[in-house]
Design a protein. Sequence first.
Length: 77
Amino acid sequence: MIVDIARLLLGLLVMLFHRPLANFIMAREHALDRVLRARGVRFPEPPSERMAHNIYFGLGAFICVISMARLWFFLQG
């Protein structure tokens, strides 16, 4: 039960800080993309900033929903 509560709090934190988290990860991804392209390795373009924000918000919401469902079933049975 402690793990599910911690997972729920993690999901809430990801939802709360989805913009700074996505910006941080995207900055690292763009730097890696530049390094790899300079060496001749071609990958698809990284997602846009807006899409990254939506992905991290959705990930946080998904974590919260799964954690709430697990807590619900734990408390019911």
